[in-house]
Design a protein. Structure first.
Length: 431
């Protein structure tokens, strides 16, 4: 059976009146035309990709003069979906644009695929191995790594990751990966990336309702986003040393799971009382941030699907940014604008660090009931594990990682938002 391919064109003229005033698309013998009033309106192109896919069109050819890199990519973002195969015949692009498009497809599609994967297929070790496979493919001989898992985490002092993950029959793990293109084993570390990789989050004994648990295969979205960002940065020519720390675990209920009232003692001397086992992401990230600080990098970025509070604040379209460093935030926001991704800064102040009191430990893993700024206090908790927390550290609460239902721009599932912005920031900061 011959595959039907739908031609899709771009026009900067209005559609014929029969299609309705201001119509975005029209169709005819030559295929489908997207009518753009403004050449740079990428969301309109993405929405057409989504609309065509929802109508069962699976094979398209982007033809004509209106297509460029960004419009092609916007169309693919809307057209792509987690179920079924889709094909695109891409327009003719300049070599540099074609290469960038291919790099985005390889890295961001990888991110969307691993986030969408069922938790049964993607435990902590499997996610670590997939990350290694992608980064070794793009970084080749410049990549080295180690995985610490199970009880070895206890012996080496990774109390947070082990505590959160010990209730699962799939052992927790830390992936420490070193991208060092300098050829010098003693080269300084330019950046450290720390990702939350909870491959399934039941909430533990602070168990989630089903309506909140049904998307928790995506609770490793921060880790996946940073893997993709590093891979894309490497493909864009990053030449400085970066270390990646992925904090990987299932958060499950069992006779061996951690409990409310438990106290975790970290290598940096901090002790933490657990008063909500569903606030587990910050407990694993703490281990990765301690490791990151030991490297004395020029910058630290952590990313995590950390709080529902961030999503309540900014919705599903923006990633939330929290930091004490105004200049670093401004640089990230510049990168997000250049890459056409949405980020929004939420407040983080010194007083938030005092809103985690415990009668039995240095910190509580949740804020006192009188303090309701959940995203801010979660970031404040992390700051206790960053030595120089007021400079060169950004926390990204990944509010836009995953959509539980389709919308006009996105299919259900992972979006890949944030990969391009972080890659851009790394390359730009590296000079």
């Amino acid at each position: 059976m011959t595959k039907q391919i739908m031609p899709v064109m771009i026009s900067f003229e209005a559609a014929a009146p029969c299609w309705g005033e201001g119509a975005l698309i029209s169709s005819g013998d030559k295929g489908i035309t997207i009518h753009l009033k403004h050449p740079g309106k990428l969301c309109a192109v993405q929405s057409v990709g989504r609309k065509l896919d929802s109508q069962g069109i699976r094979n398209v050819s982007l033809i004509g003069d209106g297509w460029d890199l960004e419009k092609s990519w916007a169309f693919w973002q809307g057209f792509r979906a987690p179920k079924g195969a889709r094909t695109i015949e891409w327009p003719v692009l300049a070599d540099a644009e074609r290469k960038e498009l291919e790099n985005r497809i390889r890295t961001i599609d990888w991110v969307r695929d691993v986030i969408n994967a069922p938790a049964e297929e993607l435990g902590p070790e499997q996610l670590a191995q997939r990350a290694i496979d992608l980064l070794c493919h793009v970084g080749a001989e410049n990549i080295s790594y180690r995985i610490i898992k199970g009880d070895d985490l206890v012996e080496q002092g990774y109390a947070g990751i082990h505590t959160v993950g010990r209730g699962s029959n799939r052992p927790p793990a830390l992936l420490a990966l070193d991208y060092n293109p300098t050829g010098n084993a003693n080269a300084p570390v330019f950046a450290c990336l720390v990702g939350k990789g909870i491959t399934f989050d039941s909430g533990g004994y602070s168990i989630k309702p089903s309506s909140s648990m049904n998307s928790m295969k995506a609770d490793m979205g921060g880790a996946a986003t940073l893997v993709g960002a590093l891979a894309l940065a490497i493909k864009r020519g990053l030449k400085k040393r970066v270390k990646l720390f992925l904090c990987l675990a299932d958060n499950m209920v069992s006779s061996n799971a951690f409990k409310l009232g438990d106290i975790i003692r970290y290598r940096n001397g901090k002790s933490v009382e657990v008063m909500n086992t569903d606030a587990e992401g910050r407990l694993v990230l703490a281990d990765g941030l301690i490791d990151a600080c030991k490297e004395k990098p020029s910058l630290i970025i952590d990313a995590a699907t950390l709080t529902g509070a961030a999503k309540t604040a900014v919705g599903n379209d923006y990633h939330s940014v929290l930091s004490f460093d105004d200049k670093f935030v401004a640089e990230l926001m510049d990168s997000s604008e250049l890459e056409h991704e949405l980020f929004w800064r939420l407040p983080l102040a010194e007083f938030h660090r005092q809103q985690l009191p415990s009668g039995f430990a240095d910190l509580n893993n949740i804020a006192a009931p009188s303090h309701t700024a959940g995203a801010s206090t979660a970031a404040a908790f992390l700051s206790h594990f960053v030595e120089n927390y007021r400079q060169n550290w950004i926390h990204i609460d990944c509010s836009a990682t995953y959509r539980k239902s389709p919308v006009s721009l996105w299919a259900e599932g992972a979006t890949g938002i944030g990969v391009r912005t972080i890659a851009n920031l790394l390359v730009k900061k590296a000079g």
